[in-house]
Unconditional design. Structure first.
Lengths: 412, 209
């Protein structure tokens, strides 16, 4: 491609005629990719007229790591660790989506025990709270409320400690895997989760006290970044962005997976589809998540933490030292992997950011022929220009924060 | 009567018999394979009449040896009826460098970025797309990485490149990657190399050298 072509692709015309044939002075500026409020490496090419945004063009791809391509040369079990790296603020929810897709491909959904389902739901909801806490902290920080950030990270630390307790890793846990869990829960798990659930309602109230009725907060967020319900659906927005626009839609309710139908929770929705509504939806979602965590903890059944199918999950360590077959299974599992039948599945889950879909095509070999990830942030970001065009430049920061993007998942 | 994925398939078959190539059910998921020229009509019908208001994703699959070579895959969702559906079109005749599919961004505006991604990573163009530019790869990239004949072993540099001096006029980065020819192609090399003899397929297919 010639240099000139490249330039013409990126130039957005200055001094473009506006309505009425009047030419107005506009200016094109870059926001990002190095900008603290773009939550990563998002670049926005903004055409502004004074303080008003005439046109906004998001430019993504700075964090493109080719995860979908890499997965094609890994076995199904190895590709699991790639999913943590996409949405690095909620790796367990990604693990869950991927595991469900592989299990559907293998047709072993019925073998997944209630214990596994409960642990998965519990962890996914804890992860949702952790992800929303990061969002709340950074969103408030962007809008000038610094103390919330410190409080949020204090609570998130407790959740990460729980993850470290069970998996040994704080963030990239890969704990949920096709066929169950990587390891059993530890004895201290229960007490740690209870310690968190007992203090969290008060802490949540603290955030509400700091922000929800705060005059400054409301002025920065109410009526800002409005996305109508029609636009949200047409642009494929999902998660809190969709629910903030008054669309009652939650995949946990519509297509219950991993036993979500056994839990009692509500779907909070907003009314106006502005930044404040999306804020409120996430705040209320944390409450609901906490409710699910409590239910899962109380009703936690006993059972195996992995399916007892040596083709899909490695045998437990103690068997390997005593049984020849177990050793062979262990060796075959880690060197060769398993071979799902030919076919394709698309599994949707409700990740903290929205609808996370895994589309996996199998050609009958031990590696996925194609893995496509329907990343919620990708579609949500596409709706960003609708929220900010015609608004003030200062509102861009509020709008970006409210859609809660993670660029690792946008660019994959 | 509530619309389900199964009844949708029946309705589409009845209304557009000339457009449907085949329908597949796998693990409870319904797939309709359509002819590319009828895609937009069927999509508009699904969106308006059967309330498939939500487009989850657009992606593609490269079946290197097959003609037509690519599947372009659409995942639809109906929020009102709580059902999901997959549409597929098959494009890419032999020797066709950039196969073309009509865009559905007129029906679902959200298809815009997904189609740009497919264009970027597969080189499939979307006729009538408002803004068909690369989205993830750098804009001066010349090839399409998710194709199965994309080299995984790095760029071809003129010999000698180990220990020797790479000529200054060769840009080792973008613009000079060569896709291997079919005879010497490293077809997704690590796929065929791991566990030689254990992958199913005709014996001897692993032997490349």
């Amino acid at each position: 491609m010639q240099k000139q072509d490249i330039e013409t692709q990126y130039i957005i015309e200055d001094n473009q005629p506006l309505e009425g044939g009047q030419r107005v002075d506009t200016m094109t500026i870059n926001m990002g990719p190095q900008h603290p409020s773009t939550h990563g490496v998002l670049r926005l090419i903004l055409t502004i007229e004074g303080e008003i945004i005439v046109k906004a063009v998001p430019d993504i791809g700075f964090l493109h790591t080719g995860i979908e391509k890499t997965a094609e040369s890994k076995t199904y079990h190895q590709a699991l660790v790639l999913t943590d790296r996409m949405e690095y603020l909620s790796p367990l929810c990604n693990n869950l989506g991927y595991s469900l897709a592989v299990e559907k491909l293998l047709d072993i959904e019925d073998e997944i025990s209630d214990k596994i389902k409960y642990v998965r739901v519990l962890l996914a909801e804890l992860q949702r709270i952790a992800s929303h806490l990061v969002w709340l902290g950074t969103h408030a920080l962007d809008l000038g409320a610094m103390s919330v950030f410190l409080y949020c990270f204090r609570e998130r630390e407790m959740i990460l400690d729980i993850f470290e307790e069970i998996s040994g890793v704080r963030m990239m846990t890969s704990y949920i895997c096709p066929g169950g869990l990587q390891a059993d829960l530890t004895p201290a798990f229960d007490a740690k989760v209870r310690a968190f659930t007992s203090i969290f309602p008060d802490r949540l109230q603290e955030y509400h006290d700091l922000l929800t009725n705060n005059q400054l907060w409301m002025e920065r967020t109410k009526g800002v970044g409005v996305l109508s319900a029609q636009d949200a659906i047409a642009y494929g927005a999902s998660g809190p962005v969709l629910r903030g626009s008054n669309v009652v839609w939650d995949i946990r309710k519509a297509f219950p997976y991993s036993g979500y139908e056994q839990f009692d929770f509500d779907i909070p929705v907003g009314t106006n589809g502005d930044v404040y509504d999306r804020y409120l939806v996430r705040m209320l979602e944390m409450e609901q998540s906490l409710k699910i965590v409590n239910q899962a903890l109380e009703g936690m059944p006993a059972g195996a933490y992995r399916v007892l199918d040596p083709k899909v999950a490695p045998p437990p360590k103690w068997q390997i030292t005593g049984s020849m077959e177990a050793l062979i299974h262990h060796f075959k599992f880690y060197t060769e992997g398993y071979r799902p039948p030919k076919g394709e599945v698309f599994v949707r889950t409700e990740a903290p950011k929205g609808e996370l879909g895994f589309y996996i095509v199998s050609d009958g070999t031990a590696k996925p022929y194609r893995m496509h990830v329907r990343a919620p942030s990708f579609a949500n970001l596409e709706a960003l220009p609708l929220m900010i065009e015609g608004r003030f430049l200062a509102d861009v920061v509020a709008a970006i924060g409210s859609i809660d993007i993670v660029l690792g998942e946008v660019d994959r | 009567m509530a619309i389900t994925a199964t009844s949708t398939v029946a309705m589409v078959r009845e209304k557009f018999p000339q457009a449907v190539v085949e329908t597949v059910e796998f693990r409870g998921e319904q797939t309709i394979v359509l002819l590319p020229e009828h895609l937009v009509t069927v999509c508009a019908y699904l969106q308006r009449n059967l309330q498939y208001a939500y487009l989850s994703s657009v992606t593609a699959v490269d079946w290197l040896e097959r003609v037509p070579r690519y599947d372009v895959v659409y995942h639809l969702l109906s929020l009102t009826n709580q059902c999901e559906l997959r549409l597929k079109v098959r494009v890419g005749q032999r020797g066709e460098e950039h196969p073309s599919v009509p865009t559905v961004s007129g029906t679902w505006p959200g298809a815009n970025w997904f189609e740009r991604e497919v264009y970027d990573l597969f080189g499939i163009t979307f006729a009538g797309h408002p803004d068909l530019r690369r989205i993830l790869m750098p804009i001066d990239w010349t090839t399409h990485p998710l194709r199965k004949d994309y080299p995984l072993t790095g760029f071809d540099l003129p010999e000698p490149h180990w220990g020797g001096q790479v000529p200054y006029d060769v840009d080792p980065g973008v613009g000079s990657q060569t896709l291997r020819t079919p005879s010497g192609r490293e077809l997704n090399e690590s796929r065929s190399k791991i566990n030689p003899g254990q992958e199913p397929g005709e014996p001897g297919s692993e032997k490349r050298e």
